[in-house]
Each structure stands twice: as structure tokens, then as C-alpha cells.
Design a binder for this molecule. Structure first.
Ligand code: GRF
Length: 224
């Protein structure tokens, strides 16, 4: 799922396409790209790369109805994903948020809960070193705060925004003369390989889960 330009989605689709010829191994197959914005560049990218693209516009309305709209949209999304799985005669195993700028409800997440696993099978990438600079404008917020180092984080999605168990993080340096555009583009060049590495680690069963004393789930990633 993605809301915008789609550079992360492109990187993931290209990576997953490179797995097509693997035999007898667990591999990722991206079944569809769904966007809440009908004009998002990501839909065109998906189509060009041979992936089903689905526009599912977010309902418009007053801020006062935000919760209602979120609930309605999350239900529509869950139904759409279920339908895509039915068309393929295979349920969708994972949802990947690649620059998806809408908040999901618990009911949505529960659709992707395997009782044997301690997390929802929903992944996200966030363009900061969480828990610093959660929220929709992480690059801008970090840059204007004056950080010397920032980064990207991949994590499982939970009920709170940009909060779930962290899988991988990668830092990058802010250079003295960076403009916000330089900073963002250095960040993106870190995001794409980090997201691919995250998929690889899941595919190769490299994640282990440890409950911490504060009941936060820690993700240990086994080295190659
Ligand atoms: C990325 O920076 C992602 O981390 C953030 O939104 C941006 C999406 O970029 N959540 P793109 O659409 O993948 O190019």
C-alpha cells in the first residue's frame, strides 16, 4: 500500500521480481499495489512493472468524522485485500506499507494476525530513526531540528503510529551544506536497500522475537 511517488514500491517490486525463478524456496510475490490516492505515481509504476494496481480513494469529510472515515476505509481495505486473495486462490500473507500515509485500525491489523506469531503481518518503513521523529513529516522534522545523523526504520505495524516492533534501522549523516532535498534523497538511498534487506530477512527466517521486561517486543535479526 502506498500513497505517493512509489520509489520504495518500485524497489520492492523489482526485488521480488528477481526472485521469480527461485525454486522450492520461500519468496515474496507482490500481488497488488493499493493506493488511497487515485493520482499517485505508484499506481503507474505498479502497472508498468506488471503488478495489479488498485485505486481505493480515502473518503473525504470533516475532521470531526476522522475516526468514522478511518474505520470505514480500513474495512474497505481489508475487504479489498481479501478479494484480491480470493481471486488468486491464496490469502494475502503480508501487507507492506511503502509510503502509505493513512492510519490503520486495530480491526484491520487483526485480519493479519497469526495466533502463532507475536505481531501483525503488516510492515512499514519510516524515514527516521524511531522513536525520534514519528509522524507524517519525519524528514522535514529531523532536518529542521538540526540533527547530524538521521536514518530509516522498518518495523511491524501495531495499534500506535510509527511504534511497532523495530526490525532494522540504518543511519545516514547530514552534511553541513545539505538542503532539505539533499537530506531526503540521501535518506531515500538508505530506505530502499533497508526495506529489501527486511524482506530478505523475513523470507530467510532470520527474525527471532523476544519479549522485553517492559512488554515491548524486541526483534532479533540473525546474522548471515
Ligand atoms: C518515504 O520516505 C517513506 O519512508 C515515507 O514516505 C516516503 C514515500 O516515498 N513514509 P516513495 O513514495 O516510496 O517514493
Amino acid at each position: 500500500m502506498a500513497s505517493g511517488r512509489g520509489s520504495n514500491a518500485r524497489a520492492l517490486i523489482e526485488y521480488c521480481s528477481s526472485l521469480e525463478n527461485l525454486n522450492n524456496e520461500i519468496k515474496w510475490n507482490i500481488c497488488a499495489v493499493i493506493s488511497d490516492r487515485p493520482n499517485a505515481g505508484v499506481l503507474e509504476i505498479a502497472t508498468d512493472l506488471g503488478v495489479k494496481s488498485v485505486s481505493l480513494p480515502y473518503p473525504k469529510g470533516q475532521a470531526a468524522n476522522a475516526v468514522e472515515r478511518r474505520t470505514k476505509y480500513s474495512n474497505e481495505l481489508a475487504n479489498k485485500i481479501k478479494q484480491i486473495g480470493e481471486e488468486l486462490s491464496h490469502p494475502i500473507d503480508f501487507v507492506i506499507c511503502a509510503g502509505f500515509m493513512k492510519i490503520l485500525t486495530r480491526d484491520f491489523l487483526v485480519c493479519f494476525k497469526d495466533p502463532k506469531l507475536p505481531f501483525y503481518r503488516v510492515l512499514n518503513i519510516h524515514p527516521s530513526l524511531l522513536p525520534a521523529f514519528a509522524g507524517a513529516n519525519a524528514y522535514e522534522d529531523a532536518f529542521h531540528y538540526g540533527v547530524k545523523v538521521s536514518g530509516a526504520t522498518t518495523h511491524f505495524v501495531d495499534e500506535q503510529v510509527d511504534h511497532g516492533p523495530i526490525i532494522l534501522q540504518q543511519y545516514f549523516e547530514r552534511k553541513a551544506d545539505d538542503t532539505i532535498e539533499d537530506f531526503k534523497s540521501r535518506g531515500l538511498s538508505v530506505e530502499h536497500p533497508l526495506f529489501i534487506k527486511t524482506l530478505k530477512n523475513i523470507q530467510n527466517n532470520k527474525l527471532r522475537f523476544i519479549s522485553s521486561d517492559n512488554e515491548r517486543l524486541f526483534v532479533k535479526v540473525l546474522e548471515d
